[in-house]
Each structure stands twice: as structure tokens, then as C-alpha cells.
Design a binder for this molecule. Structure first.
Ligand code: SF4
Length: 329
């Protein structure tokens, strides 16, 4: 698509979407930056991708495509634009680069990381492989490219259960999220060897929250990264892309989403007739991405915000990602 063929949100539409959750002054100032971003994009061949955990002022204003990690990984393939700006954290932009080696890929803040991707290392993967020879290595998409390259298959929260079930044998290594791995073990009945990382947001939901929700008859949906003791007590445990369907199947109840709160804000804008319970859990890494940083990266294309990767490593990581596409089809 040529840049000028894109349709951008109007100021009126943007204001209407945010008016119940942001102050008028914040909306006005955000719009000033959004206008600049739109104007620069007219002259540049960029695709802007935004993860579900981006705040509404980004999610609803400048993104061409939105979704969870799996949706964005699929959409990142075969895009016509010559460059991608990924409004999300580092491993997501890396994944886009792995799948689009010929494109330039930028991330608004290079320090926006993830406790899961930071919690796994090459020696840890090699140790697990050594301890469990011949057992397939499955890496959650929230892992660095170097770990993806050592893996047989990548999984996301949307397809982890399905892919583990398809693996030959009764054992898998599933890294790096110990809670996601435990939830998958429970759902599949397979022996899952794990490492020690956890998500600094999802691990904060507790059984006290599920007990409170039960007393108040809330519909509770939890992310697969939540603790197993929590996930087992919720009406649904899976990926954020699956939440909407479950919400629509349960039309009357107030909802508690046990996931990052920007996602809750985005869904509450999308489903204004539904009531969502507030909670204070934002991802500190996702929160580093701002409209100002998106504008700066788009305007200057700074080399320090661009993703680079050695080709042999990229190819190995790509093979594991393509295997995921094949097995989740
Ligand atoms: S919410 Fe958790 S898993 Fe997602 S990017 Fe933040 S730290 Fe990583």
C-alpha cells in the first residue's frame, strides 16, 4: 500500500474513543503528536504495528495493525512496506525482523524489554537440552532471537497447548515462563521441563483476587502467564486474542481481565456497553513506548533504534517460527 493510500483516524474519532478514560488536556496534547506522526507517514513507507498492551492513545491512533504476539508475527510476514516500526517491546520487533530480513525494523525504545525474554539465557537452554537429550525445545515467543535460534518450535499463548499436543512423545522443554509451562502441562498431560522466568505483571494476580471475583460474581479471564493456582480458578485461561470471544459469549456479567491493564482499556473502548473491573497492573516495559518516541523514531530512523541480526542466527530463529506457523495452521 502506498503511504498516501492509508486512512488515519480523525481528531473527532480519537477524542470520542478516549474521552471516558483520559483528561481533555491529555487527549489534546496527544493529538498534536499524532498529527505530526500522520504527516511524516505520508512521506515514508512505514508499517506501524502495535501490541494489544499499547495504551489507547497509541493503539487507536497510529497503528496500521494491532494484535497479540501471534497475530502480529503472522501479519509481519509479507507486508508491502519497506520498513516496520514496532510499538511494543524489543523481542516483538526482533520477531518482525526475523520474518522480514529485507526490511528495516525499528523499535521506539530499545530498552523496552520483557521479564520473560530477560529471564532466559543460552547456557540455560543448553543445560536443559543436555539434561533431557532428544526432548523437543519449544520457546515462548517472549524470548530473545538467540534462544529462538536454539529452539525446534516457537509457541505463543494462543497456540502453546495445540503445539505441545502435536509434539511427538510425552515430554517437551518449554521455556522461559515457568507458569505458562505449568499451565500447559496441566492442559496437555505431557511432562513439561521448565526454566525459571515469570512475567512481572501476570504473576501478581493471586488467589485472593479469584476469591474476591467469585464472591462478586465477576467473569474472570486470565492470561496463560498467570500462576496455575489462579488460572485454574478462572472461567478461561489463554491468550488475549481469545478473550473477546469469551466476553461476547457471556453478555451480562462484569469482567475482570487478569492481564496487562492497557489491554483492558482498549477492550473497554471497543465494548463500551460492557463493564470491566479496574486494576493497577501495567507492564513497565510496554509503558516505555510513548507517542513522542514513536514520532522521534519515525522522523529520524535512528540506527540505535533499529534491529540488526546476524544472518545465520536469523535463519535458525526463522525456521523455528515457520514451524510454529505450520503446526498452528
Ligand atoms: S506483560 Fe509480562 S510478558 Fe508481556 S512484555 Fe510485559 S513483562 Fe513481558
Amino acid at each position: 500500500m502506498s503511504p498516501s493510500a492509508k486512512k488515519y483516524i480523525s481528531q473527532h474519532e480519537f477524542t470520542e474513543k478516549l474521552k471516558n478514560i483520559r483528561e481533555p488536556e491529555f487527549i489534546r496534547k496527544s493529538w498534536e503528536i499524532i498529527e505530526k506522526i500522520h504527516s511524516i507517514r505520508e512521506k515514508k513507507d512505514f508499517l506501524i504495528m502495535a501490541h494489544n498492551y499499547m495504551p489507547p492513545e497509541i493503539f487507536y491512533s497510529v497503528a496500521d495493525v494491532t494484535g497479540d504476539s501471534f497475530e502480529l508475527a503472522k501479519k509481519a510476514m509479507n507486508t508491502p512496506e519497506s520498513s516496520i516500526l514496532f510499538a511494543g517491546v524489543h523481542f516483538m520487533a526482533e520477531t518482525a525482523k526475523i520474518l522480514n530480513p529485507e526490511k528495516r525494523v525499528f523499535v521506539p525504545d530499545m530498552t523496552a524489554s520483557c521479564s520473560l525474554a530477560d529471564g532466559i539465557s543460552i547456557p540455560e537452554v543448553l543445560r536443559l537440552k543436555n539434561e533431557h537429550p532428544g526432548v523437543p525445545v519449544l520457546s515462548y515467543v517472549n524470548s530473545p532471537a538467540s534462544v529462538k535460534a536454539l529452539s525446534d518450535v516457537i509457541v505463543t499463548s494462543a497456540n502453546a497447548v495445540k503445539i505441545v499436543e502435536k509434539m511427538p512423545g510425552d515430554e517437551v522443554i518449554l521455556i522461559p515462563d515457568k507458569y505458562l509451562a505449568a499451565n500447559v502441562q496441566k492442559k496437555t498431560g505431557k511432562k513439561v521441563y521448565v526454566s525459571r522466568a515469570s512475567c512481572v505483571v501476570h504473576e501478581l494476580f493471586t488467589e485472593v483476587d479469584t476469591e474476591m471475583a467469585e464472591r462478586q460474581n465477576l467473569l474472570v479471564l486470565s492470561h496463560l502467564e498467570c500462576r496455575p493456582g489462579v488460572a485454574q480458578k478462572t472461567a478461561f485461561s489463554g491468550s488475549t486474542s481469545q478473550f473477546r470471544k469469551v466476553i461476547e459469549e457471556n453478555p451480562d456479567r462484569e469482567i475482570l481481565l487478569m492481564t496487562e491493564y492497557s489491554m483492558v482499556e482498549n477492550l473497554s473502548i471497543d465494548l463500551p456497553h460492557r463493564k470491566f473491573r479496574k486494576h493497577p497492573l501495567f507492564c513497565p516495559h510496554m509503558q516505555k513506548v510513548t507517542l513522542e518516541k514513536i514520532l522521534y523514531a519515525l522522523e529520524n530512523e535512528p540506527v540505535e533504534n533499529e534491529i540488526f541480526m546476524e544472518e545465520p542466527l536469523r535463519k535458525k530463529a526463522e525456521a523455528a517460527l515457520l514451524k510454529m506457523m505450520e503446526l498452528s495452521a
